[in-house]
Design a protein around this ligand. Structure first.
Ligand code: FE
Ligand code: CA
Length: 534
């Protein structure tokens, strides 16, 4: 048995543990019922939120857990004491944890809600590993993690799911369970992983536990804790490594950068964003060295390469956004329809969805990529969707890429000019399935299709009225498929020859035992942008 690789207990953690000394650490032996039979946090299951893995590299990955014996305690502390607590992690080569090859101790700090993010290194590329955490006598479930294939290898195939919009109040997470049953290599979370708000009781299937909108660190923490208590989501995280980006509801509906939907003072709103980002970080298997937030800022965008077969760019579509076009009190804080005449600002070339720094990173990465498939995974619909207004003009929704058309054009022109191989854009947010041709000029059907867009429906969140978008389709011939009446997810298989994506639909998201079926399958062939129904 080998000792834990150095970086797993990283330098910052090491210093922290050293500085705290054992007096600062709530040593397992000293806690419990020993002191006069008093109840302690050890009386609950500290691993009630499960485990997760993500951020894979060719030599490792990040594993996550958070100690939460009373996951929904109103103070957001989940029943934990204000001290750091040591957690032992183990990495094994088998799903029974018989061949443990790394073991180490990390401190679960109260300042990060007793969450731990362990960057495991020194492993072999392109294979599964299993992991587990121990805290005193308590043991977590076993999770599966994955290392990426070595960068110059040529994997035959890859399977991944992509999901978005899991409003707990609108339904059960059966879609997560059915995705786990498909044993994908990874699941891509494209945003609205939680919802900050609360609905009317009569409209909900199950309630957000605190009954109020999440705005503070404690209330965001509780929202994640409640979601992670869901057995289907917990199972998906334990069995399938995650690649993650966010959308708006992780903070506030339709926010953009420092601009809230509710016209809050940006300085105040950034305090809320800081709390939301910290709670997000505390619950996701993200690399601490890259993504640990600083105040309201968090480095989320990242790139993952499955050998020469596929490269995934995980894009952050919220943190660096320009303010929504024609942002005006009292009712134009979030997304709204704008015509060219009513809102010339929308087309301003200085406006950006992803910010100049991330844009440079994305474009450079695409130019340099030698992968056969180049997947850009992000939060919202990219294709233009013009909608006829009452006076016969066209309106455009300001909260998705239609609100940032100059940024979209720059990206698509770059893809075209740099001859990016097999570019596929994935998105969510709109609670409906879409398969779209992405064109340099959406207003001319003869314009070159430069990339394929596939959008997954919601896990649970209710969809938009089917008629609303159906009647726009004749004005948007680059839309090859639209369907909003089902909840579910998408599952894609990539080979060298093609990418096959199945749109998977639940029998009923309000039934915890819902079954799954395939609504539609689309194929993208190597070298030919555009999705073909099969
Ligand atoms: Fe959503
Ligand atoms: Ca959204």
């Amino acid at each position: 048995m080998r000792k834990a690789a150095g970086p797993a207990l990283n330098r910052r953690m090491m210093l922290k543990v050293a500085a705290l000394g054992m007096t600062g650490l709530a040593a397992p032996a000293m806690i419990g019922r020993a002191a006069g039979g008093r109840m302690s946090w050890r009386d609950g299951d500290p691993f009630s939120l499960g485990v997760a893995s993500g951020a894979p590299s060719a030599g490792g990955f990040t594993i996550w857990t958070r100690l939460a014996p009373q996951p929904l305690s109103p103070d957001g502390a989940a029943g934990m004491p204000p001290e750091s607590v040591p957690i032992v992690y183990e990495i094994a080569t088998d799903d029974g944890m018989l061949g443990v090859i790394q073991r180490g101790t990390v401190a679960a700090a109260a300042s990060f809600a007793h969450a731990v993010h362990v960057e495991v290194t020194g492993l072999a590329p392109g294979r599964s590993y299993w992991y587990r955490f121990n805290c005193g006598a308590a043991q977590s479930r076993i999770g599966r993690a994955l290392t990426l294939p070595s960068p110059d290898s040529e994997p035959d195939r890859l399977r991944f799911g992509f999901v978005s919009c899991a409003n707990f109040e609108h339904g059960y997470f059966s879609a997560y369970r059915h995705l786990a049953d498909e044993h994908p290599d990874a699941v891509l979370f494209l945003g609205d992983y939680i919802y900050e708000g609360v609905g009317k009781a009569e409209d909900t299937v199950r309630r957000h536990s605190d009954g109020s909108e999440a705005k503070t660190l404690a209330t965001y923490r509780n929202r994640y804790a409640q979601y992670r208590c869901d057995p289907d989501l917990q199972r998906l995280h334990a069995e399938v490594p995650s690649l993650i980006t966010w959308d708006d509801h992780e903070v506030q509906n339709d926010y953009a950068g420092q601009w809230s939907q509710t016209f809050d003072d940006p300085a105040q709103f950034l305090l809320r964003r800081a709390a939301a980002y910290q709670a997000f970080y505390e619950h996701m298997p993200l690399r601490p060295g890259r993504s640990q937030p600083t105040g309201p800022n968090m480095h989320l965008f990242d790139r993952f390469r499955f050998g020469r077969l596929a490269e995934f760019s995980m894009v952050d579509g919220r943190q660096y956004r320009s303010r929504e076009a024609c942002y005006r009190p009292p009712d134009k804080g979030g997304g709204h329809l704008e015509t060219d005449q009513g809102c010339p600002e929308r087309r301003d070339i200085a406006r950006s969805m992803i910010g100049s720094q991330q844009e440079a990173w994305l474009l450079d990465g695409l130019s340099l990529s030698s992968a056969r498939w180049n997947v850009i995974a992000q939060d919202v619909l990219m294709a233009q969707l013009r909608q006829k207004t009452a006076d016969g003009d066209f309106g455009y929704w300001t909260d998705n890429w239609d609100g940032y058309p100059a940024n979209r054009t720059r990206l698509l022109q770059h893809i075209s000019r740099s001859r990016v191989r097999n570019p596929v854009i994935l998105g969510g947010d709109i609670h409906s399935f879409w398969a779209n041709d992405l064109k340099l000029d959406f207003n001319h059907s003869k314009s070159e299709t430069v990339a394929t867009e596939l959008v997954c429906t919601s896990i649970a969140s209710r969809g938009p009225p089917y008629e609303l978008f159906s009647k726009c389709l004749p004005d948007n011939p680059h839309v090859r498929f639209f369907e909003s009446r089902y909840r579910g997810y998408a599952c894609a298989d990539i080979t060298r020859a093609e990418m096959t994506t199945r749109f998977r639909v639940l029998s009923d998201a309000t039934n915890p035992d819902a079954t799954i079926s395939t609504l539609k399958t689309f194929v993208v062939e190597d070298g030919i942008p555009g999705a073909i129904p099969s």
